[in-house]
Design a protein around this ligand. Structure first.
Ligand code: NOJ
Ligand code: MG
Length: 552
């Protein structure tokens, strides 16, 4: 249990997509009681906390990201009592619990929106964005929905258009209205009072819009294949100047409670993402996700290449204010599974093994997506069973949301009913990997345990040692503790490099073969004149070496 005020600086957080973790009532949809029954698994994995994707009452058009009541639990997932039990169950195991707060939009079934749309002079009219058709009778501006098509839908009743940056069932809240801001602050307090440890804040970068909702300029770098909404540069509805004042307001609510944390979902340039920390005062969000190991600014997938990874790290370090904590993710419920993203030659799992050692060794807080610890694959889902309405990717986001495979049985230990999405292959499952010392699951467990015990790894400084096309070497070092050297080879060929003779021991390598080879190499190492030894890292492997005791 990490119980200092800044626990989140050393923590590793595990993201649970509640529909797909564990079903307890046979309806084929995961739920809170199911999650509670699997908390020992999460604790034994060795993470420090859970981020739970939304479980609030919702029509589920966007599977919970369309919230109809911020202060409840959807019956599909359970009750408020179940949520209290989950909070308690986490805390009893030394785990933190983060909820997913969705401030940019509500469901169109939220009572606030029902009020707002009821008439032009309803007191809540201004809680959302209502605009007359343009003089020519068209859309109020050129903003596009992130899920495709215009960000405006005409409501025949009044008749005005309302703004939705996502589905038309997800109308955007107007954060320039002080009553909206206050109501949403109270939502945070409702959950903080119940004992949650903080929030992941959904598309927080979009809450503040240009005051006149001015058109966005065309994106000169848009190319066929990029998501449609990037045809225009979202300068007037994303990372809009002044958003940090809203963020400071949120932070002051969190600061009413000890030891709470907020991590924001922000897409943008490294500079844009960095501003959410609140410059040098660090009075903004505690962290914002860095997604640049997954996608670049044009939402193109980032290759598994040392030089590209090093570049992302350098940019992050160059832009974060001093003292700010980076936050890394290599998977989530919006992106194809890691193994699929890096499987063009069939070596996806090898890369996933190395990636675990990389993200757990970078300076910053890693977020792990459920099932990635097993190397879960995208589900191959027949067209007729696809559920996700957002099709900015051809098959939407269902493939990365299939049920957690607990065992090889026909139900995967997930549900006694028909699962809401089909199961993946039986070969990838917890039970089998549990009994296999060389499995990805056990690699993750070992890595998490080692990271927890090595002060240099979980809180030391960072020094790059080598960043070549396919080889990344850096040091983590905390005064008074053993130093750790992190080696990553992204080529399928072995790579050799010289390292200080002080690194005398292998803490962990991404495969048992790599571990045995490196251990042998360090034992046999003959000191050269400059105190260096040559080591060879097998293709696609990563390793953590240590000076043992102190020094380095
Ligand atoms: C980002 C979430 O991660 C995604 O799943 C959701 O669809 C959008 N925000 C809209 O809330
Ligand atoms: Mg259920």
């Amino acid at each position: 249990m990490i119980d200092q005020a800044d626990w989140w600086r050393r923590a590793v957080i595990y993201q649970i997509y509640p529909r797909s973790f564990q079903d307890s009532d046979g309806d084929g949809i995961g739920d809170l009681r199911g999650i509670i029954s699997r908390l020992d698994y999460v604790r034994d994995l060795g993470v420090d906390g859970i981020w739970l994707s939304p479980t609030f009452p919702s029509p589920m058009k966007d599977f919970g990201y369309d919230v109809a009541d911020y202060c409840g639990v959807d019956p599909t997932f359970g009750t408020l009592d179940d949520m209290d039990a989950l909070i308690e169950g986490c805390h009893a195991r030394g785990l933190k619990l983060l909820l997913d707060w969705v401030p940019n939009h509500t469901s169109d079934q939220h009572p606030w929106f029902l009020d707002s749309r009821s008439s032009l002079d309803n007191p809540r009219r201004d809680w959302y964005f209502w605009r007359d058709p343009s003089p020519e009778g068209g859309l109020p501006n050129n903003w596009l929905s992130n899920f495709g098509g215009p960000a405006w839908t005409l409501d025949e009743a009044t008749p005005q258009y309302y703004l939705h940056s996502f589905l038309k069932e997800q109308p955007d809240l107007n954060w320039r209205n002080p009553d909206v801001e206050k109501a949403m602050h109270d939502v945070l307090r409702f959950w903080l009072d119940r004992g949650v440890d903080g929030f992941r804040m959904d598309v927080i970068g979009m809450i503040l819009k240009h005051p006149e909702l001015a058109d966005n300029p065309p994106n000169p770098r848009w190319l066929e294949g990029m998501p449609e909404f990037l045809r225009y540069l979202p300068v007037n509805n994303r990372n809009f100047p002044g958003v940090i004042e809203k963020i400071r307001g949120l932070r002051s609510v969190l600061d009413e409670y000890p030891e709470r944390m907020a991590v924001g979902e922000v897409y943008g340039t490294a500079e844009e993402v960095a501003q959410y920390y609140g410059a040098d005062q660090l009075d903004g969000l505690h962290m914002t996700f860095n997604f640049n190991l997954i996608v670049d600014r044009s939402w193109r997938l980032v290759p598994w290449r040392a030089s590209a990874i090093a570049q992302v790290v350098v940019e992050s370090q160059a832009t974060l204010p001093s003292g700010a904590q980076a936050c890394w993710a290599i998977g989530n419920h919006d992106q194809p599974r890691f193994v699929n993203r890096h499987n063009e030659d069939g070596w996806g799992e090898e890369r996933a093994r190395a990636a675990a050692l990389l993200v757990l060794a970078l300076t910053g807080t890693p977020f792990l997506y459920y099932g990635d610890e097993l190397g879960m694959l995208n589900g191959g889902i027949p067209e007729a069973r696809l559920q996700d309405p957002a099709r900015f990717r051809a098959r939407g986001r269902d493939p990365e949301r299939i049920p957690m495979p607990w065992d090889a049985s026909s139900t995967r230990g997930f549900s006694t009913g028909e699962p809401w999405l089909p199961y993946g292959p039986a070969e990838i499952n917890v039970a089998d990997q549990d009994g296999d010392p060389s499995s990805l699951l056990n690699l993750n467990r070992r890595a998490l345990a080692i990271r927890r015990g090595e002060a240099s790894l979980n809180s030391g400084g960072f020094r790059p040692v080598a960043a070549k096309e396919d080889l990344y070497v850096f040091q983590r070092r905390l005064e008074g503790s053993a130093s750790v050297l992190v080696l990553l080879n992204t080529s399928v060929e072995p790579a050799s490099t010289h390292i200080s003779i002080d690194y005398s021991k292998v803490l962990l390598a991404s495969t048992m073969d790599a571990e045995a080879r490196l251990t042998k190499a360090l034992q046999r190492a003959a000191r050269t004149r400059d105190g260096q030894v040559e080591v060879t890292i097998p293709g696609l492997a990563a390793a953590w070496l240590t000076t043992g005791e102190q020094g380095g």
